[in-house]
Design a binder for this molecule. Structure first.
Ligand code: NAD
Length: 271
């Protein structure tokens, strides 16, 4: 459904790896809603080549490689994006997460601390770097909207989520701190969306993910939110309809975060 909600807006979308990626769906919907944007991912992810298919679907969007932990790469990305899009930006999606400890199945009591620092850098500090580069280049238009994707493990324990829980807590904190700063400087809003478990490359890397997903589905009165509906929420957050929302962690989880128990779980426990 196209309502031209993002007509005339320019942006950068991080993190579309393949068609399961949440960022992939955001790009498709942003295009449908009239936005122009560049697509970016880490050089190693670009080598898979999938992103070029997405770029074609989105009016031949420019693909610009950037390791989100490298300020130099981000500097180049923001400069080039403004050049190819023809002006300052209205929205940025940070859809990035990776933990070497999770990937290599390290026990939480035996974390590799160098990897833990890598987790923080990729999954949280990169969000600060993105905004600091945007600020220094004065790359955002007033009332622009910057979003990152989070998970409820920032507030509650999910053992297999490991050090990603700390990364998400930091990510949400950065959204508040930078949100205050960017509002004051440029009336730019900064938020995180805390999404239901979703079957993507990053999601399925977490141990026991199937069980995780079906439990969340049963305890959420509306069921798990899909990647597609997450993308819809992102579009509304990039639109002018949500101008006064900032410094928030917005739950997009079918009611999971405020649900105690559901009929589904009661039925299951009775069996
Ligand atoms: N899948 C879920 O269950 C779930 C739930 C809540 C939140 N999230 C969050 O949504 C976001 C997107 O994840 P997804 O589920 O779409 O999975 P995904 O694997 O499709 O996306 C993760 C992306 O991060 C990119 N990335 C990793 N290291 C990078 C680096 N150094 N520089 C630039 N990009 C880098 C990857 O290439 C990939 O495109 C992540 O922040 C994730 O934590 C996912």
């Amino acid at each position: 459904m196209a309502n031209n909600l993002l007509q005339g807006k320019r942006g950068i979308i991080f993190g579309a790896l393949n068609e399961d990626s949440i960022a992939w769906k955001v790009a498709q919907k942003a295009h449908e809603q009239g936005a122009a944007f560049t697509l970016t991912n880490a050089p190693i992810a670009l080598r898979m080549g999938e992103i070029n298919k997405l770029a074609e679907q989105c009016n031949s969007a420019e693909v610009i490689g950037a390791d989100a932990t490298s300020v130099e790469d981000l500097d180049n990305l923001f400069t080039k994006s403004q050049e190819v899009l023809g002006g300052k930006l209205d929205f940025v999606l940070h859809s990035i997460g990776m933990s070497p400890n999770v990937r290599k199945k390290k026990e939480y009591g035996d974390l590799n601390y160098d990897w833990m620092l890598k987790t923080m850098d990729i999954s949280a500090i990169s969000f600060h770097k993105v905004m600091a580069v945007a600020e220094k280049q004065d790359a955002m238009n007033e009332w622009g909207s910057i979003l990152a994707l989070s998970y409820i493990a920032a507030q509650r324990t999910f053992p297999d989520y490991s050090d990603m829980a700390q990364a998400k807590a930091m990510l949400e904190s950065i959204a508040r701190s930078y949100g205050e700063r960017f509002a004051r400087l440029k009336k730019v809003r900064v938020n995180t969306i805390s999404q239901s478990p979703t079957m993507t490359t990053a999601g399925s890397g977490v141990g026991g993910f199937d069980v995780f997903m079906s439990y969340a589905d049963k305890i959420s009165p509306l069921g798990n939110a899909s990647a597609e509906s997450c993308a819809d929420y992102c579009i509304s957050m990039f639109s002018d309809l949500t101008k006064m929302v900032t410094m928030q962690n917005l739950m997009h989880d079918g009611g999971f975060s405020t649900s105690g128990i559901t009929e589904d779980i009661i039925d299951q426990m009775r069996k």
